[in-house]
Design a protein around this ligand. Structure first.
Ligand code: FEO
Length: 395
């Protein structure tokens, strides 16, 4: 492997998963990477491991730099299996290494891999570990995005290793942000934030403020997925502050599904009305666009308008799936509108509104519905609904 050097003595030893397209339901169109780092000083530390399917590749990459038996510490920043499922094998080979994690990390390691991990040593925010010339400082980051999550900071090199935070599912040959297309990179960083970190927005704002208050200089941010932020690392921090603030454009996402085209007609009438009022619109049919991409579009939208036909007195299954996903991600500060069509009893609009209210969303009422095929009057109601939403967006 060509050596990937962050700074002298700090190497990337991770792997590239070029062809993963479904990461526990998140559609990863550009693949991913699992980043691990080897820090070589008087003592040697490995920060994180990789998904078990790539364990041999990780061993090869480490072996090019050090004998695994010479590793003194394995730092587990996060126990989710994309970063830890190689650990049982690595821990056996690196038989002289102490394993270090947060307290919750230790508990999770024991639950995942058994009582061998009772020996894990725990650290908390502010604890330091001397490697020789270098010092590792630990910063707990609970719920970013698991309870065990932790950042490792190399004091002398000014390198922050925040695990999942600031990551992207982005495979490629470039390991650093100045080696890849910036638009593609920011697109993937936004998708990653929207689909993984959105529920934790207030914690993200607070954690960034906490790190800033610590006064620690940062030259490099080395996350556990995607490229390493070497050129202007402040860019991704600024983007996170912006996303976590809930900042939104004058934009609406009209998301729907349809059986015989009636809800489609309504969606287009609403979208046309919004666009005519000067609002940026994305019109997304759920069986044409994955939830992953819908959520990314919603991140910077002020309004979300959801449409469903009624099937067996309920909302359509794809809409139900979408609402389950988006209510879990807890987007803040959006205006929500609902519309739909039905043949006889109805039920889709009622169910969608109920679900949105239960999630605490601000719902614009009354909703709009149409029987069988929307007539002129019902399409006019859709147009008026679009105008009403546009007014709210622009207020
Ligand atoms: Fe990349 Fe939470 O694991």
């Amino acid at each position: 492997m060509v050596k990937v050097v962050l700074k002298e003595g700090v190497n990337w030893v991770g792997v590239v998963d070029w062809n993963i397209r479904d990461f526990h339901g998140y559609i990863t169109n550009r693949g991913s990477t699992y980043n691990a780092y080897l820090i070589s000083d008087e003592k040697i530390a490995l920060v994180d491991t990789v998904k078990s399917a790539f364990c041999n590749e990780l061993i090869e990459h480490i072996s090019e730099l050090a004998n695994l038996e010479k590793i003194d510490y394995i730092i587990v920043n996060h126990v989710e299996m994309d970063h830890s499922s190689s650990l049982p094998v690595i821990a056996k080979l690196a038989k002289n290494a102490k394993i270090i994690s947060s307290q919750r990390g230790k508990e999770a390691l024991i639950k995942h891999y058994g009582s061998d991990f009772n020996v894990v040593e725990t650290v908390k925010t502010g604890d330091e570990l001397k490697l020789g010339k270098r010092t590792l400082r630990f910063i707990e980051a609970p719920m970013l995005h698991w309870p065990d999550s932790m950042f490792t900071y190399i004091v002398e090199d000014k390198i922050l290793m925040p695990n999942d935070a600031f990551g992207q599912h982005f495979a490629g040959t470039g390991r650093f942000n100045d080696e890849v297309d910036e638009c593609e990179l920011m697109e993937e960083a936004q998708t990653y934030y929207a689909n993984i970190l959105m529920p934790f927005a207030p914690l993200i704002t607070r954690k960034i403020q906490e790190v800033v208050q610590m006064g620690i200089p940062i030259d490099i941010i080395a996350p556990s997925h995607g490229v390493i932020w070497r050129k202007d690392p402040l860019k991704i921090i600024t983007a996170y502050l912006n996303w976590s603030s809930g900042a939104a454009k004058q934009k609406a996402v009209v998301v729907f599904d349809t059986m015989w085209g009636s809800t489609d007609k309504m969606a287009r009438a609403i979208a046309d009305s919004l666009a005519g009022a000067g609002v940026e619109v994305k019109l997304l049919k759920l069986r044409a666009t994955d939830n992953t991409d819908v959520v990314t579009e919603i991140l910077d939208a002020k309004a979300v308008v959801v449409g469903s036909p009624t099937l067996n007195n309920q909302m359509f299954p794809t809409v139900s799936s979408f609402l389950t996903y988006i209510t879990g991600l807890k987007p803040k500060g959006k205006i929500w509108g609902f519309f739909g069509s039905y043949g006889w009893g109805g039920g889709a609009v009622r169910d969608m509104v109920e679900m949105a209210k239960k999630a605490g969303f601000e719902v614009l009422e009354p909703s709009v519905d149409a029987k069988y095929v929307p007539d002129k009057e019902e399409l006019k109601k859709c147009f008026d609904f679009g105008q009403q939403i546009a007014q709210k967006i622009k207020a």
